[in-house]
Design a protein. Structure first.
Length: 297
């Protein structure tokens, strides 16, 4: 039976063992990672062969050194690449560290995304996938936000928000009360969105007077993680009106993420269309609500 002194040494032994393991990990781990030269060579190959409709991703998702070479090109900075909607793109370049290629499941593993090129650059692997034929984006509401007319309501009376500053329409002197272009975290990933925090006084409307016709209107909605953690967080409703007719009513419950919804445009004729997004909630506290929308062919 171990002596009393041996038992006393057990915690110290565990600390020493953990320290040695951690030291070994940090000493040996860099030897398995692509070097700066490996990453630069991969980035130069991407740039010299990049085409319209391409995008770039990395596995693991945090391996951002590649941005030093191709950070100005379209990126997909998400954790779950297999679940991401890539229908805007024709090809995807993926820079993979050793041991992370198995993360490419779903459509990558099933053959829905076709592997067209595989190149080794030192300790990293560069993959290029051919994606299904991409959707044609006819109108991006976030990109065209400055063309919109924004108003909020108080006691049923409209209040225009004509002041455009720093990529946003300012509605009041409260720093959260605006409609603007933002990059915020929804779920686990950064998203390019329209921030539209609702108000207790009444709905906020974002009107686009001349939107081209297409096959469908794709909308994404979401709350920021701090908003979703609010215990008394109320749902937010996004109503979509096309040419004065209700077309969709999307209720965003109190959870973080980036949730899609589609609206068929065939019933609304050939266009152009007047499209209104109406944002409302029974309680506006901590309702960091965001959305995006685009017309697709």
């Amino acid at each position: 039976m171990p002596s009393r002194s041996a038992w006393r040494l057990l915690p110290l032994s565990l600390i020493v063992a953990s320290s040695l393991y951690a030291a070994g990990f940090w000493i040996l781990s860099p030897r398995s990672l692509p070097t700066a030269e490996d990453t630069r060579a991969a980035g130069e190959h991407i740039r010299s062969n990049f085409a319209a409709g391409d995008a770039i991703a990395v596995r693991p998702w945090w391996a951002a050194r590649l941005r030093e070479t191709v950070g100005d090109l379209p990126w997909i900075p998400v954790r779950d690449l297999a679940a991401e909607d890539l229908s805007r793109y024709a090809r995807l370049w993926v820079w993979v560290h050793a041991g992370y290629e198995a993360e490419l499941g779903g459509p990558f593993a099933s053959g829905t995304y076709t592997l067209e090129e595989r190149r080794e650059f030192g300790r990293g692997t560069l993959l290029r996938f051919r994606l299904p034929p991409p959707a044609r984006i006819l109108y991006d509401f976030r990109a065209r936000l400055q063309e919109a007319r924004v108003r909020m309501f108080s006691g049923g009376a409209p209040l225009a928000c004509p002041r455009w500053e720093q990529d946003r329409f300012i509605c009041t002197n409260r720093d959260w009360n605006y409609v603007g272009r933002m990059i915020v975290e929804l779920g686990d990933d950064p998203r390019e969105v329209i921030w539209a925090h609702p108000a207790d006084s009444g709905p906020i409307e974002v009107e686009y007077p001349s939107v081209p016709h297409g096959a469908l209107l794709r909308v994404h909605t979401g709350f920021t993680p701090p908003a979703a953690r609010a215990r008394d967080g109320a749902p937010v409703t996004l109503e979509v009106e096309i040419d004065g007719r209700p077309s969709a009513r999307i209720v965003q419950e109190n959870r973080t993420g980036f949730f899609p919804a589609d609206v068929e445009l065939a019933p609304f004729g050939s266009g152009p269309h007047r499209v209104v997004f109406r944002v409302s909630t029974p309680h506006a506290g901590m309702r960091h609500f965001c959305f995006t929308a685009e017309v697709r062919q």
